[in-house]
Every structure is written in structure tokens, then in C-alpha cells.
Design a protein around this ligand. Sequence first.
Ligand SMILES: NC(=O)c1ccc[n+]([C@@H]2O[C@H](COP(=O)([O-])OP(=O)(O)OC[C@H]3O[C@@H](n4cnc5c(N)ncnc54)[C@H](O)[C@@H]3O)[C@@H](O)[C@H]2O)c1
Ligand SMILES: [Zn+2]
Length: 364
Amino acid sequence: MESVDIVTTKARCIKADRLHPVIVGRTLIKRISRCVSKYVAPATCAIISDSNVTPLFGNRVKKNLTAAGFRPALIIIPAGEKSKTFAQTGTICDRMIAAGLDRQSFVIGLGGGMIGDISGFAAAIYHRGIPHIQIPTTLLAMVDSSIGGKTGVDTRAGKNLIGAFHQPSLVIDDLDVLKTLPRREFNQGFAEIIKHAVIADAKMFQTLQSWKAGAATALQRLVKRNIEIKSKIVAKDERDLTGERALLNFGHTVGHAIERAGNYRKFLHGEAVSLGIVAASSISVKKAGLSADQRAAIVDLLERFGLPTRLPPTFPRKKILDTVNFDKKFAGGNVRFVVTPRIGAARITDDVTLDDIREAVKQL
Ligand SMILES: NC(=O)c1ccc[n+]([C@@H]2O[C@H](COP(=O)([O-])OP(=O)(O)OC[C@H]3O[C@@H](n4cnc5c(N)ncnc54)[C@H](O)[C@@H]3O)[C@@H](O)[C@H]2O)c1
Ligand SMILES: [Zn+2]
């Protein structure tokens, strides 16, 4: 089972067996070849990035690696979730073949979660699996999608239906890249951070309650702590089989349904999850003994980070229930719902009914 070894400074890079390092720091993009060379030999490689991120960091990463003796091919795909497809994966693999990547090669995913997922999937299937290095450029990707080894693409029938487990060999979180991230994109990362706090870390919840934007070292500590929380949960259930990893779905049953009901346009993933967290907290008051005060504290915290906690009055609420109902049938009649009995703890239950969810959505 893999877990993650966190290093916050370059000097403290430690490579242990079956652990993959995550470097969290600043100015790392500028010295990317030094970070990467510690873990992979100079080789032909692919940098997969999107059309927004490439002009910001893509050429810099390519130049830096080339100067250090790597032979990188920069593969750019259009920004946005629409690119996360099987067809796009095929195009990427064709380009990797054309660039001469072989079994000794590796793939760098430079971008947000979309790029992390598709580049990881390409790395998982290319020559039946070559190393994947993630350079996440969104807060969400740093604290969530780059950790845990889930890679994949969307199909018309649903998101992330095709994929592979493929742990990255190295993750490089350069906090400086977040400076260009639009505010809404930055804030949505906090939905997953607040989720981690609610399910696993009451102390981090308190830290967030007095969060001051712009505190550089505090952000570094926060990212590091979130990586620890997610990787610890993943390490117990890497393949998502025993239910432990499902705790990370807190707020996501309703969150996913809201995303879908809004045609993936109305809300960003983290925003939909914020609303899902509110619904899951209401259900937790009813079914798991969460206090009303703690529910209110969760709502306050989400609002503090500019995240939505109420649905617009005209939002098609019925569609949310239809999706939850569909997922429920898909899961064989049971909604495995994650509840929190108190901030800092979570468990899975199957005694949450569709009516409980309907009532919680009504209150949104
Ligand atoms: N594998 C997992 O465990 C996991 C977990 C959560 C989410 N995900 C996936 O992650 C994706 C969502 O991730 P995301 O929110 O990072 O989306 P994203 O990759 O689409 O990035 C959001 C937007 O920000 C832009 N961007 C990225 N970095 C930037 C920067 N530094 N400056 C300016 N703009 C920048 C992107 O071009 C894009 O337009 C979804 O596909 C989701 O399914 C995967
Ligand atoms: Zn999520």
C-alpha cells in the first residue's frame, strides 16, 4: 500500500520504499529539473498541460528540463472538463509515440485536476504503465486530486467512469502557481479542505475559522496537512473497496447531484460540494447526533471562503433528487451516505433515506 511522504523543503527530500514524495514549497517551478532529477533519470518525457496553464508555466518547465538534459515533448490540450475524454487520451498517446517515449520515459501532468486525471490515465496505459509526475496548479488539485492515485476520464454516461489506479511517483506543489488562479477556482479548493476538516481534523477546522488570506507559511502548512489527511485515508483503502476511502465522499452524494442538475455549468465542483456539505450536515443532525451549533459552524466556515450554502430559488431541485435516486438504484438500493457525528469525525451509514435527502435539499 502506498502512502505519502511529505517534504516541505527541497533539502529534505526523502525517498522511501513504496512511498512517494510530495514536495510543498515555493519557487519550485523555477528549479523543476533539480526536483525531478532526484527521482527520475534524464529521459524523453511528456509534459501534458492545458491551454490556460501552458502560457503561464508550460514553456518554463520545458526549458528548464531541456537545459538539464531531459527531452520533453509539450502536449497541450484545450482547457476545461470537456477535454477529459477517452478520445483525447488516444490523441495524447499518439503524440507520445510520435515524440519517441518508451518504457524508460515518464509523464508530467502540469495543470489542475482535469490534467492530473487524464495525464495520469495516459501514464497508466502507455506501455502498460510508466511513471507519472504531478505538478498541480490549482488548490483543489494540490489538496485532493493529485493524491490517491485515481486517474481517468469522463464518458457521456457520467464522470470518471473509465480509469485506472496509478499512483504518481512524485508530486510537486509550488504554491506560487496559485497566484494566477481565479478567485472562484481558488475558493473551491477550500470546499475539499473544509470537508477534510469536518471528517478528520477538528483542530484544522479551528485554524480555518481564524484564517487570514495571504499568510504564506500558513497556506504551506495547510496544504501539507490536507495531503496527510487524504493520503492516510487512502492508504487504508487504496482501491476504494472497504469503505474507508468512501469517507472522502462526505458532501459528495448531494454535491454530485447538484453539479449534474446544473449541467456542470452553474456550479464548480467545490461549490456543489459546499452545498452538499450543508445537506450532509443537516442529515447528520437528524441521523448522527451532530449538534445544531456545529452544523451552523460548518455553514459559517463555508461562507467565510466565499462558498455557496444556499441554492438559488429557481434551481431545479427535483433534478437533484432524480440523480440521487438514480445513483441509489445503481448502488443496489442503498445510498451509502457519509455522516459526521461531530466535527473531526465521520462514518458511513446506510440508514439515510431518500426522504432525509429530500428534506435536506429543501432546506438549501
Ligand atoms: N483523481 C481524483 O482523486 C480527483 C479528485 C477530485 C477531483 N478530480 C478531478 O479534478 C478535476 C477538477 O479539478 P480542477 O478544479 O483543478 O479543474 P481544472 O483542471 O479544469 O482547472 C480549473 C481551471 O483553472 C485553470 N487553471 C489551472 N491552474 C491555473 C493557474 N495556476 N492559473 C490560472 N488558471 C489555472 C484551468 O485551465 C481550468 O480552466 C475534475 O476533472 C475532477 O473529476 C479528481
Ligand atoms: Zn470533490
